[in-house]
Write a protein that binds this ligand. Structure first.
Ligand code: ADP
Ligand code: MG
Length: 680
């Protein structure tokens, strides 16, 4: 029978049902999986002499067995044996745990090698591996394993698979690219990943493996993007004159960056292709108005638009603002959240107007994706704070129209790594400049013992006419506790500021109208201070507010703190952010220090990435961050960038699928993206 890398692992000798189950649990199903289940580290097993070793260093030491091993057992599973070993005129004590069968192999006078950890003071080695013959590798891979399967068994199976299948390891990365970056052939690379002759060989192979992994990923991504661009979408032939009028009627002039992204978006709208664009801009950079311009463009071409926001408060704020902006232009804006249209008749009315096309712009929460929501002609979907929505929710909104254009907005600045990996299939527009009138927010960190200092600063600011947010701690356990905590903070603040100033309270459990009322009152300066839970985290725009005091700030992540801080500094006055926290560990301290040092969202995101790793930064579930086996997109960012460029260049060549040199690439795409059989 003909062999293929997709053969199940069961074709190998010694791969019985038990081991197969164990391998499957490690995501190893076929030969290719096994051959790319690379060691996660290598042990240098070359023999060292004692004076080369530092205390607690791991190495192989050679010597003569000088005493009969003494074995002790504890219970059924645990055991230990000791023996003395003569090494270069010294006597060391060797101890092995839980490998009793090794004791039987030892005889006094025999030469052995022990790989283990050397304790200088006690003259002792805690053994991990025992060599009784001279056949050991100097440099050996250590495999990820589990309780059910031992690393050595995996290694044996890999060896067998390599011997029988290595000729099928044909290259995916074209030769020109391999030569350019001095990468190994796939066969050599797989060999050296598993059986390197030296550390250098292992490093070289790893570099090639990382490149290949990123390159494959980028190929699929870019290929899909290209296919997506080729499928036709809606052409939104907007009225340029009307759009210009709308823009010049704004209360401010757009920043250069805003103008640039408006152009990019309008260009896409006008093309008969499907727009899938991410609008990225730091908190306060003015994304909403850009979305408003794009929506107005769609409206002038006779289309409807939907804007989805993650919280009711934010949806309401957007609806209010858009209604105000659009009122002089005769555009109907409606709000749809689960509590905004609480009466059944009211909701039925709204849905009828929407389906009839009489409402041009609907703003809402995920209530927009309910089954009974229909549009007459949905042309543009805007998703605000898009990282707060799951992939399915975003898709559900898109499906409300006939392939509408999509503009996703995020204030979570995306470091290069995440931009390339997670958003690779989207076009990205960046607002990299804040409106000119802004002053950098000043941030200070107070230990809890100095809370009074933070409060007296707050007092002074309020007396001078400032408005302030006080954010109560984030509490994971329950919303109830979080609410109680906010209420407690509210009581204290209200007492503190009475009778001169009023304090408001905003939390997630208020009804929609109540929240709206609180926000309106704060806007109208009825309250000097607004105590809030994290419901104010995203989007809230009250330019008068210039101070934010965040309690137990160490409970928040960096991205969250940056978002919270973004609630101030939205106008021309100097704004302040006061963090009150006693961080419990260095990681917490590093977060506070980062916040004090920089206002730059990109820098903060990069720091966050370094401190936490990409999986956690966006939330593993929503990030769509691929699970790379060898490459680390943060650590190996430069390789990732090169792989992206090369994949792009390759796919952009008009006849890329005709060139013999690209056969490996083509077969890879056929197998993975196109689900077609490989060419021979
Ligand atoms: P974000 O990007 O965080 O969503 P917003 O769109 O809420 O920011 O804008 C923040 C504030 O800046 C709003 O009050 C908005 O009216 C104002 N703004 C937006 N663009 C400009 C500009 N070009 N000049 C001055 N103010 C602006
Ligand atoms: Mg916003």
């Amino acid at each position: 029978m003909e062999r293929s890398l997709t053969d199940p692992v069961s074709v190998l000798k010694g791969a019985g049902p038990k081991r197969l189950t164990a391998l499957n649990k490690l995501d190893i199903n076929n030969i290719e999986d096994l051959l790319t289940a690379y060691p996660f580290r290598y042990d240098d097993l070359s023999v060292k002499s004692l004076d080369e070793l530092a205390d607690q260093e791991k190495a192989t030491i050679k010597g003569i067995v000088a005493s009969q091993p003494v074995l002790s057992r504890f219970g059924r599973k645990k055991s230990r044996f000791n023996f003395r070993m003569m090494v270069e005129q010294e006597v060391l004590m060797v101890t092995f745990f839980n490998q009793p069968y090794l004791a039987g192999r030892l005889e006094i006078g025999q030469e052995v090698g022990v790989y283990g950890k050397y304790d200088v003071k006690r003259q002792q080695i805690t053994g991990m591996k025992l060599f009784t013959a001279n056949d050991s590798d100097d440099f050996a891979g250590v495999y990820r394993s589990s309780k059910e399967i031992r690393p050595n068994t995996i290694k044996q199976l890999v060896t067998q698979a390599y011997d029988e299948y290595h000729e099928l390891l044909t290259d995916i990365v074209p030769e020109t690219i391999r030569t350019k970056y001095r990468l190994e052939s796939r066969e050599q690379m797989v060999h050296d990943m598993h059986f390197p002759a030296s550390k250098q060989a292992a490093d070289l192979a790893r570099r090639s493996a990382i490149f290949e992994e990123f390159f494959r990923y980028q190929l699929s991504l870019q290929f899909m993007k290209k296919k997506n661009q080729q499928t036709s979408g809606t052409k939104i032939a907007y009225d340029n004159q009307a759009l210009k009028k709308f823009i010049s009627a704004l209360a401010f002039e757009l920043t250069t960056a805003q103008k640039k992204v408006v152009n990019e978006i309008c260009h896409d709208l006008h093309q008969p292709v499907h727009m899938n664009r991410l609008l990225q801009g730091d908190v306060g950079s003015g994304k909403t108005v850009v979305a408003a311009i794009a929506m107005y463009a769609a409206v002038t071409a006779g289309f409807q638009c939907a804007l989805m926001a993650p919280t009711e408060i934010l949806a309401e704020q957007h609806a209010d603002k858009l209604a105000e902006l659009f009122a002089p232009f005769g555009v109907n804006v409606a709000l749809l959240t689960s509590s905004s249209v609480s009466k059944v008749t009211q909701k039925r009315e709204l849905l009828r107007h929407l389906a009839a096309g009489e409402i041009q712009i609907v703003v809402g929460t995920h209530a927009l994706i309910q089954a009974d929501v229909h549009f007459k002609q949905l042309g543009l979907v805007v998703i605000d704070e898009q990282h707060r929505f799951g992939v399915d929710q975003r898709k559900a909104l898109r499906l409300k129209g006939n392939d509408p254009d999509v503009l996703a907005m995020t204030a979570t600045p995306i470091p290069r790594t995440l931009a390339i990996t997670t958003y690779g299939e989207m076009d990205v527009s960046v607002i990299d400049e804040l409106p000119k009138n802004r002053k950098p927010i000043r941030t200070r960190w107070f230990p809890k013992a100095q809370l009074h200092e933070a409060l007296s600063f707050l007092d002074q600011q309020v007396k001078e006419g400032a408005q302030a947010f006080v954010v109560s701690a984030l509490i994971d356990e329950s919303e109830m506790v979080e609410l109680q905590n906010a209420q407690e903070v509210y009581r204290q603040m209200a007492a503190h500021f009475a009778p001169d100033f009023q304090v408001g309270l905003l939390h997630g459990q208020l009804k929609s109208q109540e929240k709206d009322q609180v926000m309106q009152d704060f806007k109208a300066r009825k309250y000097a201070v607004l105590v809030a839970t994290t419901v104010v985290e995203v989007g809230i725009d009250i330019p008068n507010a210039t101070v934010i005091l965040i309690l137990d700030a160490d409970r928040f992540g960096l991205a969250q703190l940056h978002q919270l801080r973004g609630r101030v500094g939205r106008g021309a006055s100097q704004s302040y952010c006061l963090l009150v926290a006693d961080p419990k560990n260095d990681y917490g301290k590093a977060r506070m220090e980062t916040m004090v040092q920089t206002n730059d969202g990109f820098e903060i995101a990069q720091k966050d990435l370094e401190l936490r790793g990409p999986g956690e930064v966006l939330g593993a579930k929503q990030s769509g961050m691929p699970d790379f086996k060898v490459g680390d997109p943060v650590e190996n960012l430069n390789i990732l960038q090169i792989a992206q460029q090369e994949a792009q260049t390759l796919l952009q060549a008009p006849d890329f699928d005709q060139q013999p040199a690209n056969r490996g690439v083509l077969n890879y795409l056929r197998r993975t993206v196109l689900a077609q059989p490989a060419l021979d």
